[in-house]
Design a protein around this ligand. Structure first.
Ligand code: GLN
Length: 266
């Protein structure tokens, strides 16, 4: 049973607490009793791009993952339930979906970058990541230099694509709309290697023994949850929820649940 199954009960309890402390809010639309304006009454609507395992992916007809659990912490605090909208990463990272009111927040394993900061506001960092290379097991592609004249799969609009284009002189990049297509292309030999975030690649390799993570690049990325520019009330609620969860062990529990093999927590 996942945390989401027990949510309605927990939410009911949280709602009372939120109402009791909600008087400090500056704005109240009645959307969740918290003073945070929500695009859909009673819901915290999340934009994400599936699949991005283990951050968000479908399992038994439900969307689950690390990011889902993190946003559930915020929903719980607001006394509402999370609703997830699956939408292309491009509209997420450009702030378009947030501006259009498609969702309240974007949780998509999304790296905080200066360019994105111009188009949306980020919560504080909630996860560390770095770019990595994936290839068939035993392959000689252990660096971008080794891929000169070879095909490197990249995911459209991501920091991995930017890194590969900037640092992979002479490497032929092949663009994929999502990470599942990219990983299948690596596995089937359609491309020689792929670049993406380490957490996602290590999860894939764990389940696909014929592939390996052959390099990690120290890009020092941090994931943030996106809100519409100026939505300070929601941004602060996210930070508050993550901070509380880090302090009382809930963050660690979520981390262990999705990264059971990780040597240390981030
Ligand atoms: N962290 C990467 C980025 O922000 C990949 C995100 C994703 O594909 N969901 O570009």
């Amino acid at each position: 049973m996942s945390a989401r199954t027990v949510l309605p009960l927990v939410t009911a309890v949280t709602a009372v607490v939120v109402l009791a402390t909600g008087c400090t809010s500056t704005k109240n639309t009645g959307s969740g009793g918290s003073g945070v304006a929500l695009v859909k009454e009673g819901k915290l609507t999340t934009c994400t791009h599936l699949p991005y395992e283990p951050f968000q992916f479908r399992k038994d007809n439900k969307v689950v993952g690390f990011d889902v659990d993190i946003v559930d912490l915020v929903a719980k605090e607001l006394g509402v339930t999370q609703e997830i909208v699956d939408t292309p990463f491009e509209g997420i990272q450009t702030g378009e979906d947030l501006n259009a009111g498609k969702c309240d927040l974007a949780a998509a394993g999304m790296t905080i970058t200066a360019v994105r900061e111009q188009n949306l506001d980020f919560s504080g960092p909630y996860f560390d990541a770095t770019q990595a290379l994936i290839a068939k097991k035993g392959s000689p592609y252990t660096s971008l230099a080794s891929l000169k004249g070879k095909k490197l799969g990249v995911q459209q609009g991501t920091t991995g694509e930017t890194y590969a284009k900037k640092n992979g002189a002479g490497v032929e990049t092949v663009q994929f709309e999502d990470v599942a297509l990219l990983l299948t292309a690596v596995k089937t030999g359609q491309v020689d290697a792929g670049i993406n975030d380490n957490g996602v690649l290590f999860e894939y390799v764990r389940k696909n023994a014929d592939t390996a993570v052959t390099a990690e690049f120290d890009t020092g990325e941090k994931y943030g949850i996106g809100v519409k520019t100026g939505n300070t009330a929601l941004r602060q609620e996210i930070d508050k929820a993550v901070k509380a969860a880090r302090a009382d062990g809930r963050y660690d529990a979520i981390y262990k649940k999705w990264f059971p093999a990780a040597p240390k927590k981030q």
